[in-house]
Design a protein around this ligand. Structure first.
Ligand code: SAM
Length: 280
């Protein structure tokens, strides 16, 4: 197996990924993609990149395609991603749900596929900004991912300034501290008050049943299921349904939908679903 994908091979994979998930691989990514694919294709016994590409495109290659997609999207996340959706949920839907709740005043949120922590930290900051939520309620955010490297980075909670550009300035000044960096970079770390409600754990969404009790008030699973086949999505939704509290919310990535997949959730906002419940 040659070390580097030639230009034509690189373009084939680049177009395939662009078509499937809209990822735009940059030309500088050729070397790193070559490393990943080269190792993988050799392990699977392919003698050329083209043979591996043909396999991925074939019916039997569905799982391999999912692997490839995960490889190239694994870290794709940012602070305050789809922030309008989040502000609507935290500012409007959640208070309405809480009003109907009787004590104990507990709120349980699960971020499934939390990447490097950007999503749970964003939520925690938003909750802290909402004085009623942060003071009077017992809030816990469970943040899970299958990728241990991502979880390690999430627990560390330290980010280069570049990654914090999408954090609105008032949040940035209130919830981040400058930190020491070995490479002399400009890095910042999230404050303890943001971390303290979050528990990071490894959990593979494709291993059933999940070792969780619930009930959860909100489950975030944004931009994760898009890579999964329909039967897996259905099983995941079974678990989400089981774990959600009556009238709890399921929040997906803004380009995702449950249409034709599961009708036990009702669309109530931009990719926000509410568990249907006769008694609520
Ligand atoms: C594109 S990121 C989305 C991160 C975040 N939810 C967001 O929307 O910004 C997808 C995340 O899902 C995780 N993931 C992929 N397959 C998974 C699985 N089987 N179980 C749990 N997490 C998975 C990846 O490791 C990655 O962190």
């Amino acid at each position: 197996m040659p070390e580097l994908l030639n230009e034509k091979e690189f373009l084939l994979f680049k177009h395939l990924l662009g078509k499937k998930i809209g990822v735009r691989l940059r030309d500088e990514g050729r070397e790193s993609l070559s490393r990943k694919l080269g190792n993988r294709a050799s392990q699977l016994g392919f003698s050329s990149y083209i043979a591996y590409y043909r396999f991925i495109k074939s019916e039997k290659g569905e799982k391999e395609l999912a692997w490839l997609i995960n490889e190239v999207t694994i870290d794709e996340s940012h602070f305050f991603r789809a922030d309008r959706q989040l502000f609507w949920l935290v500012g409007e839907l959640l208070p309405a749900l809480m009003e109907k709740r009787s004590p104990p005043r507990r709120l349980r949120i699960w971020c499934a596929g939390c990447a490097r922590g950007q999503e749970p930290y964003t939520l925690s900051m938003m909750m802290l900004e909402n004085i009623r939520l942060s003071r009077a309620w017992d809030l816990k955010i469970l943040a899970t991912d299958v990728d241990m490297d991502s979880l390690k980075a999430a627990r560390r909670g330290t980010y280069p300034a570049e990654m914090l550009k999408s954090v609105p300035r008032p949040y940035f000044y209130r919830y981040f501290n400058p930190a020491a960096s070995r490479r002399g970079e400009n890095v910042y770390t999230v404050k303890n008050e943001v971390r303290q409600s979050i528990l990071f754990r490894k959990l593979n969404l494709l291993e059933f049943p999940y070792p969780l009790k619930g009930p959860m008030d909100i489950i975030f699973c944004r931009n994760v299921m898009i890579y999964f086949q329909l039967s897996d999505k259905k099983r995941i939704l079974e678990e989400f349904f089981r774990l959600l509290a009556p009238a709890g919310y399921l929040c997906l990535g803004i380009s995702e939908s449950l249409l034709g997949i599961d009708d036990r959730f009702q669309l109530v906002g931009q990719a926000i679903y509410q568990k249907k419940d006769k008694n609520f």
